[in-house]
Design a protein around this ligand. Structure first.
Ligand SMILES: *Cc1c(COP(=O)(O)O)cnc(C)c1O
Length: 370
């Protein structure tokens, strides 16, 4: 289990890379849509926000595109202060990163190595195998239940002396359900205090299920819980790469040693700050997207699809072996969806795009399920 042995991929004459690299697949980004004559193409494969950024954010970006010679504020002090006020935490509870992705990498780096084990649900966010695999830790992928929810009992049962990191994802990407507050609190009673629990809330703004876990309250009660959040989804700023973590000051101090210095540009910090100042509008737009999502999921269920509880800005179709065929049908309709092998994830987009998916889905059912 040591990572100093030669990579299985190492060929004579080529540089030797860590063997850990052979244990997980590369991250595969969502594809762009295909060109189909006469059809407007739609990219519903990356869970991006299809609404344009708020006008005030665009104005701020224009004003901040002026000083590329200078490094940004490494501490992201203004943004952290605004986040602290907004979330009711201290600035020492916060770290700002280049997307939640960097936070995941840093969190894995400070908890995991070749002697430790990481537990996470599966299927879930594709970066979990990547970051934990890269750290060299043993990956324990706990299958979701058939309704797309975490199997917290199985995750608790998977904890060993070597467990250093547990990742939870609510709403879960790609299946959609949220974790309930009560079940997470019960789960945490089974987790030793020294084990870090990452709660990935990349999509929390879109959730509207009563009783959904509230990460901020958990962090206040449990020093081993770290929250992962991002400006990429509800704030619609995926291209600017800003995320943040909320956790106990001791964990935050560790993370600050692992993140890349000056990673978040001045432009990105300023845009995120401006977006926070328009919090109500951001939340309101997330609610609009959630309403569209609920209608889309209902439309699919009416057709007969078994759609798990959808609480992010996406809907999951558990197609199993028919995933490729469904993706192909969407490609032919100039729609890019995310085919993850055991199902297809469809991001919420403009109504005309979702109407087209509903047409494709109805025709697909007629063809494959008669
Ligand atoms: C999109 C996403 C993230 C983070 O994305 P960033 O753009 O790096 O902030 C984290 N977790 C999940 C589950 C996601 O879907």
């Amino acid at each position: 289990m040591t990572d100093t042995s030669p990579s299985a991929e190492a060929a004579p004459g080529l540089p030797r890379l860590r063997s850990a690299l052979t244990t997980f697949p590369p991250y595969i980004p969502g594809k762009p849509p295909a060109e189909v004559p006469g059809l407007t193409p739609y990219k519903l494969s990356s869970n991006e926000n299809h609404l344009p950024p708020l006008p005030a954010v665009l104005e701020t970006m224009a004003a901040h595109a002026v000083a590329p010679a200078a490094y940004p504020d490494d501490a992201a002090a203004a943004l952290r202060r605004e986040l602290a006020d907004r979330l009711g935490v201290g600035t020492d509870n916060l770290v700002v990163t280049t997307g939640a992705s960097e936070l995941l990498v840093a969190l894995t780096q400070i908890t995991s190595d070749a002697t430790t084990e990481a537990i996470y649900p599966w299927p879930s966010f594709e970066m979990y195998p990547q970051t934990t695999g890269l750290a060299g830790s043993t990956r324990i992928e706990v299958p979701l239940r058939s309704d797309g929810t975490h199997d917290l009992a199985a995750m608790a049962a998977a904890i060993t002396e070597a467990t250093s990191l547990i990742i939870l994802c609510s709403p879960n990407n790609p299946t959609g359900p949220v974790l309930r507050d009560a079940e997470v609190r019960e789960f945490l009673t089974a987790v030793p205090d020294h084990v870090v629990v990452a709660l990935d809330e990349a999509y929390w703004e879109f959730a509207n299920t009563p009783g959904a876990v509230d990460g901020l309250e958990l962090v206040a009660d449990h020093p081993n819980v770290v929250l992962l959040r991002t400006f990429s989804k509800a704030h619609g700023l995926a291209g600017l790469r800003v995320g943040y973590g909320v956790g106990h000051p001791s964990v935050i101090a560790g993370l600050l040693k692992a993140v890349i210095p000056f990673g978040v540009t001045d432009l990105s910090q300023a845009a995120a700050l401006e977006s926070l100042r328009h919090w109500d509008e951001v939340i309101d737009r997330a609610r609009q997207i959630a309403t569209i999502r609920d209608g889309f999921a209902a439309g699919l269920r009416t057709q007969g699809w078994e759609v798990p509880e959808a609480q992010g800005n996406f809907v999951w179709l558990p197609l199993g072996p028919l995933s490729d065929a469904f993706e192909d049908a969407c490609v032919a309709a100039a729609i890019a969806v995310r085919n993850l092998g055991d199902g297809v994830r469809i991001s919420i987009g403009p109504p005309e795009a979702l109407d087209r998916v509903l047409e494709v889905a109805a025709a697909f059912r007629a063809e494959h399920f008669g």
